[in-house]
Design a protein around this ligand. Structure first.
Ligand SMILES: Cc1cc2nc3c(=O)[nH]c(=O)nc-3n(C[C@H](O)[C@H](O)[C@H](O)COP(=O)(O)OP(=O)(O)OC[C@H]3O[C@@H](n4cnc5c(N)ncnc54)[C@H](O)[C@@H]3O)c2cc1C
Length: 398
């Protein structure tokens, strides 16, 4: 590790890895630090990602693809099931990754491109020079070392502490934090190419249960519920245990992960002088699905390209780095985040009875020639009273 770099990336998840790889490929001196001893472990993710989304960043490699998904099944509270083939399911079908291998692969690409990588190395405080972020104090095996950098990219995930230390409020209200628990299960009798989602206020209040197959009868089986619904006997793990006992009694649990997903608005501003914030740390997770791998990689690449430009101009002020903030907000990603937050607010307000009615109505539609949009429009036509709230969103859907 050198004492100064062009770019310091804090966090070795998919966002940090793509940022480090992109900047190193463009010739910057880059250091990526990860507080855990191993990149990618433990996994706190259901590991699903759309094929097209992934292809924007990396060629698919069999070593980190656990399974390929061809369709999605949505199950309403009363058991009504809706099968969505890939033409309509969009990003809900694609790959189920092996993130232990995937994250490591991306960081290895960053290293191959010339980035230094330090594991078991934690950023513990920012270095501030003339009011601007100018590196960080790094701690490895109890020893603290200051490392200077023209720009720091905070890719430190859900905790998002680095930006907080720089004076940016990254707190998430409990009601906008999805509390999740997930088992890796084996011995399951499931369709290995279908992702399954269960909805309902009894099964997962303001959230859902997922089954993401990983091949050979194994799957990530998880539940996400609104943080405000969590309590004694009603934690995500309690809902998960109830689901597994009733729906997958023959399966064996071989791993447990718990974690949070910020399903809130993105940070009002994702930059300051010398600092850019990406991925979960910037709260750019899709509030409807909880998916954040793509969004982390997208913002990571954009932040790296902005760093390259700012350094070539010799100006890493907030004013120049704002190009990154405007860039992701104006992109499809930013617009999707705004729209999906409104969708989420609408869907979590629906009682189970109305979810059942919508599912029963959709089940009678021949979905072959439908897209997500035309399906929603058809449901609006058939259920005008239930979807009155959704109708208000029509402009943003189209
Ligand atoms: C249960 C669950 C299921 C999910 N399922 C999906 C899914 O199916 N599909 C999907 O797209 N998304 C899913 N997500 C969300 C997805 O995991 C995240 O959006 C994604 O990992 C964000 O990437 P990131 O690079 O921003 O952050 P992370 O992947 O969280 O990486 C941040 C890294 O920073 C490190 N770090 C933190 N602080 C420091 C520090 N001070 N110094 C050094 N290193 C530090 C952490 O150890 C971590 O490795 C799920 C999340 C959960 C919790």
């Amino acid at each position: 590790m050198k004492s100064a770099y062009d770019l310091l990336v804090v966090g070795g998840g998919p966002g940090g890895a793509i940022a480090a790889r992109t900047a190193a490929e463009k010739g910057l001196s880059v250091c990526l630090v990860e507080k855990r001893p191993a990149i990618g472990a433990p996994v706190r993710c259901a590991e699903g990602i759309g094929k097209e989304a992934l292809a924007e960043f990396v060629e698919p490699e069999p070593c980190w693809i656990s399974a390929e998904m061809g369709r999605a099944e949505l199950v309403a509270p009363n058991g009504t099931s809706l099968i969505l083939e890939s033409n309509i399911a969009g990003s809900k079908v694609g790959y189920v990754l092996d993130r232990k291998v995937f994250d490591r692969y991306l960081v290895a690409q960053a290293a191959d491109a010339g980035s230094d990588v330090m594991v078991k190395t934690r950023a513990v405080a920012p270095l501030i020079k003339d009011g601007a972020v100018h590196g960080a104090i790094l701690e490895q095996y109890g020893k603290r070392t200051p490392v200077e950098a023209d720009v720091v990219i905070a890719a430190d995930g859900i905790e998002s502490k680095f930006s907080r230390w720089c004076g940016i409020d990254t707190s998430v209200p409990a009601k906008e934090m999805m509390s999740c628990a997930q088992y890796l299960m084996t011995g399951l009798d499931i369709d290995g190419h279908t992702t399954v989602f269960y909805f309902g206020n009894k099964i997962a209040p303001e959230g859902y249960v997922w089954i993401f197959p990983k091949g050979d009868g194994t799957a990530n089986v998880g539940v996400g519920i609104s943080g405000k619904k969590s309590g004694n006997g009603h934690r995500a793990i309690d809902y998960l245990d109830r689901f597994v006992n009733s729906h997958l009694p023959g399966g064996k649990i071989i791993e447990l992960v718990v974690g949070g997903v910020p399903v809130c608005k993105p940070l009002p501003c994702s930059v300051s002088d010398g600092l850019m914030i990406i991925g979960d740390a910037a709260r750019v997770v899709d509030p409807l699905t909880g998916g954040g791998i793509y969004n982390a990689m997208f913002t990571g690449r954009l932040a790296a390209l902005t760093t390259v430009k700012a350094i070539s101009m010799g100006n890493v002020s907030k004013q120049v780095l704002m190009e990154y903030d405007r860039g992701w907000r104006d992109a499809k990603l930013g617009k999707d985040l705004t729209r999906n937050l409104r969708f989420k607010e609408y869907f979590i307000s629906l009682p189970d009875k109305q979810l059942n009615t919508l599912a029963e109505s959709a089940a009678t539609i021949n979905l072959e020639n439908f897209s997500t949009l035309t399906l929603i429009q058809e449901l609006m036509k058939r259920n005008p009273t239930i979807v009155a709230g959704l109708a208000k969103l029509k402009l943003s859907i189209v």
